[in-house]
Ligand binder design. Structure first.
Ligand SMILES: NC(=O)c1ccc[n+]([C@@H]2O[C@H](COP(=O)([O-])OP(=O)(O)OC[C@H]3O[C@@H](n4cnc5c(N)ncnc54)[C@H](O)[C@@H]3O)[C@@H](O)[C@H]2O)c1
Length: 358
């Protein structure tokens, strides 16, 4: 797949070599408003000067492509994605798809209108840890999930747009974890309530820490706490998760996955296929091997889906729900932790376009 990449900054710089090195894609052009960034990244990746542009419009005039990858800051996702779709390109858009549900829905609707695919690059989903946990949950290893506890603690030093955002943790990072709730744990929350705050030592302007609760109509409860300015101990990027189901509990932390079968089913589960027995009837599940991980996995899924003429995992319309979890949590923080109904939030915040499929 011939790809034009738009945005070559902090994250885009890494994406260029992923696109170049993936067996599924070819980097045919790089676009960045900032000429210094454009040429520095272009040089690093060995992209000829005539394939570097300061606007997508210029790139489209000079280069043939099948798809666009949008790695600009969130406010530019919508205009860039619409321009790429109008030019007949399939589109991969970095998370969050857009700043509002309405803008995100305009991207989804445009893709339908021009008959192209849009995938949101929720690249965390394609790592070995989440793939293993997803498989175990789909196989029924824990039964029906009734409680889920998620914890995320990190303290990277950022400059740029994140430091200025109102809710940097929830919008910029928890989106991966909220997307795990849906895409890895298989739970579609119906309600959310959230509080966010900024510790005294935070360098962020907005709130870098949060307590968030989700619940479903059939009684699943989810508790998530996170911080972008966490004091140690820290978690990995995936966070740390404890899942309690009707059959077993599952603990996933630091790329280690453990299953704790409930006392009454130990006889059935103690030899769970592929798991290693540990003391006290704990089963450790080695991580599945995946052929292409993280952004490489995202590219593989995108290229394969286009070839097979089907929606990719994390396609735009599906991702509206992950975005809704984020934006409704933000709304709840503004209303002092009020409980928000997610379906109502979606309907109210998408003013135009159809809600089919949601
Ligand atoms: N999936 C992940 O784990 C992950 C990690 C980091 C960032 N991201 C996402 O990647 C995106 C970019 O983040 P970043 O940290 O690289 O930002 P950044 O500010 O470092 O870089 C953005 C680049 O886009 C360029 N740009 C802005 N508007 C443009 C336009 N209209 N046309 C062309 N170029 C334009 C800027 O000049 C800049 O070089 C964000 O959506 C962010 O959330 C995802």
């Amino acid at each position: 797949m011939r790809v034009i990449q738009i945005g070559g900054g902090f994250w885009g710089g890494g994406w260029t070599s992923v696109i170049k090195n993936s067996p599924y894609t070819e980097l045919v052009a790089l676009v960045d408003l900032n000429e210094e960034t454009l040429h520095r990244v272009g040089e690093e990746v060995g992209l000829p000067k005539e394939r570097r542009f300061t606007s997508l419009a210029e790139a489209l005039k000079h280069v043939e492509a099948d798809a666009a990858l949008v790695v600009t800051p969130p406010p530019a996702h919508e205009p860039v994605a619409l321009e790429a779709l109008d030019a007949g390109l399939h589109c991969m858009v970095e998370k969050p798809i857009a700043e509002t549900l309405d803008a995100a829905n305009r991207i989804v609707e445009k893709a339908k209108e021009v008959n192209r695919y849009v995938m949101i690059t929720q690249s965390h989903r394609f790592k070995r840890g989440p793939r293993t946990v997803k498989r175990l949950i789909e196989e029924g290893a824990v039964g029906k999930i009734e409680t889920l506890y998620g914890r995320y603690r990190k303290a990277p030093l950022f400059t740029g747009f994140r430091a200025e955002m109102d809710e940097p943790l929830i919008v910029d990072q928890s989106i991966h974890h909220f997307d795990y709730i849906r895409g890895i744990f298989g739970i579609e929350p119906d309600y959310v309530r959230a509080r966010s705050f900024n510790p005294s030592w935070s360098y962020f302007k907005g709130n870098a820490s949060a307590f968030v609760e989700f619940e479903t109509n059939d009684g699943a409860m989810i508790s998530y706490t996170g911080s972008w300015v966490a004091r140690r101990p820290h978690t990995g990027w995936d966070g740390s998760w404890e899942v309690h189901g009707t059959y077993a509990s599952l603990y996933w932390d630091d790329n280690r996955v453990l299953i704790y079968p409930h006392e009454n089913v130990i006889g059935d589960t103690v030899f769970y296929k592929g798991a290693i027995e540990r003391a006290n009837d704990i089963l450790e599940v080695p991580l599945d091997n995946v052929e292409a991980e993280e952004r490489y996995g995202t590219l593989k899924e995108f290229v394969t889906s286009v070839k097979e003429n089907r929606q990719p995992e994390t396609y735009g319309e599906d991702n509206l729900r992950s975005l809704a979890l984020v934006l409704a949590a933000v709304e709840s923080t503004k209303r002092g932790g009020e409980r928000i109904n997610l379906n109502e939030f979606l309907i109210t915040n998408i003013k135009k376009g159809s809600l089919t499929g949601l």
